[in-house]
Design a protein around this ligand. Structure first.
Ligand code: FE2
Length: 366
């Protein structure tokens, strides 16, 4: 046993930063649909010349929406290639420089060497390494920083209305990686970041007639951070992972699962805000009780909303998947309520993929 502190011990996801074409409008969308409150801003008015960033937060969920202000900016090239999507899954650490050095020593590719940002509220150190595709992990060392987000950001004081959605935390963030890349990325999270593989199910479990994928779940030491990884597998038709890779222009974040304590209320709030969800066939609910046993929720309440249920030895979970959050069929949102289960809805994969494929067929991509 090592007694010294592991520099790659992570205290949680500090924030998720999206690169988008229009941060003002994306911030409006994520505020009014997910109920995330705008708390900080950086842009021309704060002396940032090349980009605009809005920070939205609700309890333990913090999203940053960043757009380029000039046509030849690297963020503009990122958006041109990938569309709107997740650029950075930032992780809170104790010492950003030590985390960065340790990650590089274990084989990571550096993207941003340790950098100090400072203002009247204190200082924050940040460093970044590459993960799948053009996605990065920043290491954030807050060191008691008292500002609204990071140095250079101004607090948003005049806050527009924010709907109550019940969203409370990020449960997991899923990456789609290139065909044949699974072992590489499982190895990256295991060997570089010290994560462990949580569960495994092979493509037999989740193959449908038309699609197949491999999925493995990587989790940090505390179990707080969960990053499932999907890889496309051979199917009779184009898999939804392959569709993502085509439209995203390579590997990237497929979905962010947000935890709620009352999924029915959360789904109602998001529906009222105009978020469409993947439709679930009525037949899914026919054998619900036989499949998952007794649950607290009425079958009717779940069926009306299209909420899926899965059970394992520890309990059950309720989950639902949104349609893509942007024009390209790339990033979507999952809502999840855990009632003992620490799984990811393995038993729902078949139902989910069959549902997703119906949507894919509607887009002419099956
Ligand atoms: Fe998920």
């Amino acid at each position: 046993m090592q007694s010294i502190h592991d520099p790659l011990e992570f205290y949680g996801v500090d924030y998720v930063e999206f690169y988008v074409s229009n941060a003002r409008q994306a911030a409006h969308f994520y505020r009014s649909t997910l109920g995330l409150a705008p708390i900080a801003y950086a842009g021309l008015e704060t002396g940032v010349r090349d980009r605009a960033s809005y920070v939205l937060q609700r309890r333990n969920v913090r999203f940053v929406l960043t757009a380029p202000l000039t046509p030849d900016h690297p963020i503009a090239a990122h958006v041109a290639r990938h569309g709107d999507g997740v650029k950075d899954i930032a992780l809170r650490v104790c010492d950003a420089a030590a985390a960065y050095e340790a990650a590089l020593a274990r084989g990571a590719r550096g993207v941003l060497a340790p950098t100090v940002a400072e203002d009247a509220a204190g200082r924050v150190r940040k460093a970044s390494i590459a993960t799948y595709g053009d996605t990065v992990h920043s290491f954030i060392e807050r060191d008691g920083y008292e500002g609204p987000f990071l140095p250079g950001y101004r607090a948003i004081t005049e806050r527009p209305p924010v709907p109550e959605t019940g969203i409370a935390a990020i449960d997991h963030i899923v990456g789609n990686v290139e065909a044949g890349g699974m072992e590489r990325w499982v190895g990256f999270y295991r060997d570089v970041l010290g994560f462990k593989q949580l569960v495994h199910f092979d493509d037999q479990d989740i193959a449908t007639d038309y699609s197949a994928l491999m999925s493995k779940v990587m989790q940090n030491g505390s179990g707080k951070i969960k990053f499932p990884i999907n890889e496309p597998a051979e199917g009779r038709k184009k898999s939804q992972i392959a569709e993502f890779l085509e439209y995203y222009g390579g590997p990237g974040v497929q979905h962010i699962a947000l935890a709620t304590g009352d999924i029915c209320a959360t789904v109602d709030a998001l529906r009222a805000a105009g978020i469409p969800f993947i439709s679930v066939p009525a037949a899914y609910y026919d054998d619900l009780e036989q499949r998952v046993g007794a649950i607290d929720e009425s079958r009717q309440a779940l069926q009306e909303r299209g909420i899926l249920v899965d059970r394992d030895e520890e309990g059950y979970l309720l989950q639902i998947f949104s349609q893509p959050m942007q024009d390209r069929p790339t990033l979507f949102i999952e809502l999840i309520q855990r009632k003992g289960s620490r799984g990811f809805g393995k038993g729902n994969f078949r139902a989910l993929f069959e549902a997703i494929e119906r949507e894919q067929a509607r887009r002419g991509n099956l």
